[in-house]
Design a binder for this molecule. Structure first.
Ligand code: FAD
Length: 470
């Protein structure tokens, strides 16, 4: 018999439950990708994500070709395309791995029942997370809203499990009508993407290379170095995880295996890293149970918060890394150039936008959505609501990051600042963190004066939060 396998954000052949199940049960398989960004509305894939997707689809197709198969590429309404392919191929079963965004759940539920009505079997598999979002509940059988107890519970369920091997393709049915990748028009028309190409290798091979580098060089010092933006102290696996080029199960198994090969005294502690993957699970747990949170405050008390009126010129200065606050500008420029930003710096730029500038967190979430290669509805929503203070288990409202203190603490020798702010590269360290202290430096370098007074704006934010608390 013949099966269709719909690849979505599971762009890998190893440890892919839907792909393995289909290859095991059918004589012929047809791997397909259907580009339907409108079906994810209002969170259709952003520009940096499209760049990644293009290269990841190319990488997946290359891997399939090594097995004498190929990816059937289509564009259009998912259900219509599947109906047509079922009819033309004679397939009796459709496979996919589950997604958890509200729009995807709605689409998949509808597609599944329509195909079943037509007599086509549909199998959905868990391939994205360690644990399905509904598998973990409090003693009262409610969703968790606080990370630490959630993680405690999840951790008891996690064992290193050997990943599924890449299955042998039983037989491939080549169907006519596959689009060339270029027809999806995922790449930008104006070439702003050279920084992305310098930084990343989308696809399974790129993911495993990063995992190896991380496991060899960084995991042992992760708990400390993960806060230092100048260092490669984190795994940078986020875009690969988002597009499903690697699974948490693969990462866990590999790190555990390597750690156990090292004698107990020098063995790296992998727990702090697993815990961060736990935040990814928690974000998906929250998105699944509270599907309104990408646009609405998790905590409804914040619905009465007095945001400042949207100020496009302020927002643009923030977006373009021209705020005059070095750590914020360095982060925003890192984002623009590479499609990624260090986690600590994400918190700081988000705090400046939502607290010092009191712009609604949605403005920031939208900009990240378009510019991050790892833009992920669950993680991005959690991150922004956490910083703004309106999320589940959020940062307390009075926590306004001070970007100067943070830079002195986490980038003490200014390596990160000099890397992303070339106009300040020659500034002495004493001024690098606070260039406004020397007007001549600002004039000479062209670096802008700060757009706000950090102290006063902090106080205004605290006052607004205090008004909310009353
Ligand atoms: P590592 O430190 O190597 O962590 C490993 C993995 O754990 C990450 O790849 C990621 O999948 C997960 N992870 C780590 N920290 C978090 C976290 N705080 N929340 C959820 N998952 C986490 N992450 C995204 O993947 N997509 C986003 O769109 C996104 N938006 C964010 C927005 C804001 C305002 C903030 C503060 C954080 C956001 N994050 C987002 C979380 C975090 O910054 C990134 O996951 C992390 O920087 C990715 O780098 P890494 O792979 O080297 O992380």
């Amino acid at each position: 018999s013949t099966a269709l396998i719909v690849f979505r954000r599971d762009l890998r052949l190893v440890d892919n439950p839907a792909w393995s199940a289909a290859c095991a049960a059918h004589a012929q398989v047809i791997p397909i990708y259907i580009h339907a960004p409108g079906e994810d509305s209002p969170w259709s894939i952003g520009s940096a994500g499209r760049w990644w997707l293009h290269h990841s689809l190319a990488a997946l197709d290359r891997r399939l070709r090594a097995q004498h198969a190929g990816l059937h590429l289509r564009q259009g309404d998912t259900l219509e395309v599947l109906r047509e392919l079922v009819r033309r191929s004679g397939a009796d079963t459709v496979y996919w791995n589950r997604l958890y965004e509200p729009a995807s759940i709605e689409r998949d539920t509808r597609t599944k029942s329509a195909l079943r009505e037509q007599g086509v079997a549909v199998h959905s598999h868990p391939g994205t997370l360690w644990c399905e979002p509904w598998q973990i509940a409090t003693q009262q059988d409610a969703p968790y809203k606080v990370f630490t107890p959630y993680w405690r519970k999840l951790r008891t369920l996690l064992q290193p499990v050997e990943p599924l091997p890449e299955p042998v393709v039983p037989g491939w049915q080549a169907l006519s009508g596959s689009l060339p990748l270029s027809a999806l028009a995922l790449l930008p028309r104006i070439g702003w993407d050279s920084g992305l190409a310098e930084t990343w290798q989308p696809g399974e091979d790129g993911a495993h290379e990063l995992l190896e580098i991380f496991a060899d060089d960084a995991i042992g010092d992760y708990a400390h170095a993960r806060d230092l933006p100048a260092r490669h102290g984190t795994s940078r696996l986020s875009p690969h995880l988002h597009f499903g080029e690697i699974s948490p199960r693969q990462i866990h198994f590999e790190l555990d295996l390597r750690a156990r090969a090292i004698d107990a005294k020098r063995r790296p502690d992998i727990e702090p890293y697993l815990r961060e993957l736990g935040w990814r699970e928690f974000a998906h747990h929250l998105l699944y149970h509270f599907p309104h949170t990408p646009t609405d405050n998790f905590n409804p008390r914040f619905d009465g918060f007095r945001w400042a009126a949207a100020d496009q010129s302020l927002i643009e200065r923030w977006q373009h890394g021209r705020t005059g606050i070095p750590l914020v500008d360095a982060g925003m420029r890192e984002l623009w150039h590479t499609g990624w930003m260090h986690n600590r710096v994400r918190m700081i730029v988000a705090s400046l936008l939502t607290k010092n500038l009191r712009q609604h967190w949605q403005h920031g979430a939208r900009w990240f959505w378009d510019t991050l290669v790892d833009a992920d509805l669950a993680n991005n929503t959690l991150g922004w609501q956490w910083v703004a203070g309106c999320g589940a288990d959020a940062a307390p409202y009075f926590r306004v990051f001070n970007p100067v203190t943070q830079a002195k603490k986490f980038d003490p020798d200014g390596t990160y600042l000099r890397r992303w702010l070339p106009e300040l590269a020659a500034a002495p360290l004493a001024l690098l963190h606070e260039p406004w202290k020397d007007e001549a430096l600002l004039k000479r370098s062209g670096y802008p004066a700060p757009m706000i007074d950090l102290g006063q704006s902090r106080q205004r934010a605290l006052d607004a939060y205090a008004a909310l608390a009353r």
